[in-house]
Every structure is written in structure tokens, then in C-alpha cells.
Design a protein around this ligand. Sequence first.
Ligand code: ZL4
Ligand code: CA
Ligand code: ZN
Length: 373
Amino acid sequence: MSKRRVAYYYDNDVGLYSYGLGHPMKPHRMRMTHDLVAAYGMLPKMQIFRPTHASQESMTAFHTDEYIHFLNRVTPETAEELTFHGTRFLVGEDNPAFEGVFEFCSISAGGSIDAATSIASGASDIAINWAGGLHHAKKREASGFCYINDIVLAILELLRTYPRVLYIDIDCHHGDGVEEAFYTTDRVLTCSFHKFGEYFPGTGHVDDYGRDKGLGYAVNVPLRDGLTDEVFKGVFEPVIQRILDWYQPSAVVLQCGADSLSGDKLGCFNLTMEGHASSVRFLRNSGLPLILLGGGGYTIKNVARAWCYETACALNIESTIDRNLPWNAYFEWFGPRYRLEVAENNMEDLNPKDGYLDGIKEQIFTQMSKLPF
Ligand code: ZL4
Ligand code: CA
Ligand code: ZN
């Protein structure tokens, strides 16, 4: 079980797209990640693919024709008139109609769909698309920097082969778009860990756990500020182990949003790179077919560190890689220490306080124990 065949999807153009001046989402972080992965000599150890650009038709497996048609036509110049006359598909400054937005979405979604195809065909054991993980996109609307829900499209592809798929989301924000897409089915179990309380998008209450046939097949772990590695592991591992034992998924999709790292510009947790990657290692060790996707992450040097390290975890070589960063194109961004680690800071972890997290854990286990299977 130690040697995993890893398929890695990367398009050299993805880092060139820009959401616009001052926007926190920076596609350049994918290029920084890739450069670091290359500098560590990991590329020859994986199957490297340039993703196919997802077609309009493949996107309509989840999104409406009208929305995809709009997204394919919209430009920075026409955004206003298209939005003014029709339904509002793009909302405010979170989701600008930037230059090449449709192509960017095609690359992001194409990589995740290709990753799913590779896993389902048995060609690889772990498939990686750091340009994916855009979990807020809805059927007919962009939301929270996400236009096309590459995750839903990848899971729909997996469902052609597998009876049950587990989706896990460690982005600091709630994985609302994916949860909503599969809220009434038992064929996908979604589990999101996220900051909850006066925080975007506002959903993901522990009491929201699915509807109809999907009752019990959505799990929400709402968290408070300052989440540390030990506290995270103390909830992630028992909850996920319980789900693995009980649900017995045929494949796992892990959204590795890096805004749950310490020091993120938009996040409010305090995870180190090791703590963040412990989820990747945990699922790798389960031996199940696994897809790793990106997501949030706004302190981009730390995003590159974490996703590079998690690529090493997929390859099972993380213990051998040098903690001093190798020379790479963006070396100066990693000063003054030029180390791989993302360290924690001294903020207080509010999760263990007053038994808050113990209460949440208890509620989740009670919900699960009431279910059949
Ligand atoms: C920005 O500086 O909470 C967008 C967004 C653009 C540039 C210039 C415009 C300035 C922070 C955020 C005005 C921006 C006003 N620019 C944005 C309720 C909001 C309405 C929009 O990690 N304003 C909305 C979305 C969240 C809101 C988080 C996380 C994605 C993911 C997966 C999405 N939206 C308030 C904000 C800036 C901007 C500065 C911003 N937007 C921070 N948080 C949000 O889960 C990828
Ligand atoms: Ca999450
Ligand atoms: Zn996020």
C-alpha cells in the first residue's frame, strides 16, 4: 500500500488569470505551488497531465444552460448590461467578470473532471487538482469567488462508477454549494469543517444534516476562531473514522482549502502546515481512491507551502523532503526564513472553551447513531 500512483493535473496558463486589482483570490498561487513541487523533484514521481478544458456541455451536468451560456459570453465590458437585463448570475465584487473567466473555469473544472475519470478508471490511486475546490458555486449562480462547481462535476463523474462518495471540506468556509447539490441523496455524504458565526456564507449549522433520502448524509462541524492542530485532529479523526466505518464510501474527495492555515488573510484558524496535511495523510492511509482539490487560501506563500507538502503526502515521501526550501522561481517570496513550515501564532483557540467543541462532537455522534445502515 505504500506506493501510490498519483495523477497530477496542472495547466501552465492558470496562474495568468486575475480576478482584478485587490481581489484576494490569486490564481498565481497555483503556479507558485507547481514551481515548488517541481523544485522538490516531485514531478517525475507522478503522472503529469494538462487538463482538458471542460466544455459548456460537461458543465451543464450540474449548472443550468442559461447560466453557462451567460458565463461563456460575459466580458468585463458586457457584464453590466448582461446582468442588468437578465437574472443576476454574478453577484457583486466577490465574483467579477474578469478577462478570461470562462477559460479559467474550464481549466479548473476540467482538471477535477479528469481527476475523477482517472480515479474511476483505476489508472491512478490519488488524483490532484490544486486549481479546483471551488465549493460555493451554485446551479445557476456564482458565489464566493466560485463560478463553476468543479467538485460537484467531479463527484457526478465518480457516481457513474461508484455507489457512494465521501466529500470532505477543510476550507475555513462552509462547503455550501456541494452540500446543497447532494443534500437529498444518500449516495454522497458531505462533511465540512468551517468557521461558523458572522462568517461567509453563513450556512453549515450542526443541525443541518440532510433532507429526505439524504437525511444524515450531510455532516457539519461548525468551529470558532483559533483552531489549533491538536484540537482539529481531535475532531477530524474520530468524525471521519466513524463516517468511514459506517458509510463505507467507495471513493473520497478532499477539498484542501488552505485558508484554514494560520495567518491566512481571510481565514481565522491557527493550523500549521502539518496539522492541515494531517487530514491528507489520514485519508491516504485509509487506502481509498482519493481526489485532492484546492480551494481557498489567501496568504499565497503559505498556500504554496501546504499544497506542495500535501503533494508529497500523496506520494508518501513527506518525511524525506528538505524543510529548507529548494531554489525556485519565487524563492524570495518565502523569506526571511526560507523554510517549508507554516508555523502557528499565539491566538487563543476558542474551540475547547466552555465545552463548545465537545458539545458539537456529541451532537454529531448522536445524529449518526440514530441512522440505519
Ligand atoms: C473582495 O478587496 O463576505 C473582492 C472580497 C474584491 C477588491 C476591491 C473591491 C472592494 C475581501 C473580499 C470591495 C469588496 C467588497 N476586492 C466585497 C458579503 C460580502 C459582499 C462583498 O475560500 N464584499 C460578502 C466571500 C466573502 C462576503 C468569501 C471564500 C471562498 C472560499 C473558496 C469566499 N464574501 C462582503 C465582501 C477586495 C475584496 C476583499 C471578501 N469576500 C472577503 N470575504 C468575502 O471558500 C474559494
Ligand atoms: Ca469547510
Ligand atoms: Zn475559504
